[in-house]
Ligand binder design. Sequence first.
Ligand code: 5AD
Ligand code: SF4
Length: 457
Amino acid sequence: MKPIAVNISNKQMTKKLFIETFGCQMNFSDSEIVVSIMNDDGYEITDDVFLADVIFLNTCSVRDNAEQRVFKRLRELKSLRKNNLSLVIGVLGCMAERMKESLLDEPVSGIRIDLVAGPDAYRDLPEMIRDVESGQKAINVILSMEETYADLTPVRYSSNGVSAFITIMRGCENFCSYCVVPGARGKERSRDPDTIIPEAKQLYEQGFRETTLLGQNVNSYRWECPVAGRTITFPYLIEQIAGICPSMRIRFATSHPKDLSDELIEAIAAHSNICRSIHLPVQSGSNAVLKRMNRKYTAESYMERIAAIRKAIPQCAVTTDIIAGFCGETEEDHQQTLKLMKDVKFDFAYMFRYSERPGTPAEKSYPDDVPDDTKKRRLEEIIRLQQKLSHESNKLDIGRVFEVLVEGPSKRSSDNVMGRNSQNKVVVFKDEGYKPGTYVKVKINECTSATLIGEAV
Ligand code: 5AD
Ligand code: SF4
């Protein structure tokens, strides 16, 4: 994902913060919390890294290449220190949590870093900056059992004014064997619905027309409500939000296939503003590989969930994540992944080469034994197949009419606007002065594997 740059500056102190985000939607949402905390301490946004008093990189550890991108960016920042001796450079997020004080070692990070803050330490950032200003290094990588930043209002600094994220839970306890997230983000905890629902309402009143509810596994959202004497679950929460904001689209990410319940499928089917799009990472089509990954479902039970989705919501798009070349993956395992992809006919997929991560159960238990060129070749086969499946899925949309939420001008041509349909597919059509945030009915005339092209009807 493209890093986003921001700036913050204080009126009295003219202090400015530049923050750049790497990795997933959750990290982008966290950066909005960080900006909120820094705003409260008198910092303001600016997008010029050369003017920054404080630079934060909010980082990702999920794959080695994500970390390498952060190291490259840190090396690029080195020259800024020469012009600004009091510049504070901080590393936040998963990489901070994973690497801890080792990041403060210049030979490790390639640059002098002043501050290292894990995902549960953001409230401490202003204090940590003061420590740095008084000549100390600052580190806080303590993970919390409770922190959800529930009382903070995220500053939507890089928003298009149409779509926003709401983090509804933090942490993960699924312990997929390849994954750093349980170690980097700690125990799973849900956020009080009495803070989530007003946040959604406020976004709606501010003119936002799409909100994505975020968690590592939203299906395990759970809040014990002493007043109502009941447990609030994700289907209940999403129905509440959908009911309060009828012309705002609701999306959610991510769902674990082992937990995708019939109740959630029914809730989606019952509300037209809950989007017809489910991201359901399968990772592999081989039961032996799924077992080593500790995914706790089989290819058959995954297919059963797909059948349940298709039965209740026939027009629902299904997207996924796939890892090529996990430990011990044979050619037959790989063929089973290709077969499952064809059986499901995914509309879109994020596809990755397995990257062994230090400290994960897989690193401890299984040799990373699929040769690099085999991983690469299998990934290419997966990508090629997915391109074909995406194109076939888009071709089926030709002649159909979709309600499209306009996001802004099309990148390719200023005559066109782009938006998304409920299935989250990008739709491009002629601009007739549509404002971002309007819904337009669009008939699809042609497509590529990535885009639907149509006309307003
Ligand atoms: N190697 C490759 N891909 C990974 N993912 C998570 N950990 C790894 C890893 N070690 C992928 C999974 C997950 C997505 C966010 O990143 O597919 O769903
Ligand atoms: Fe997001 Fe996972 Fe990367 Fe952390 S490791 S930033 S949770 S993708």
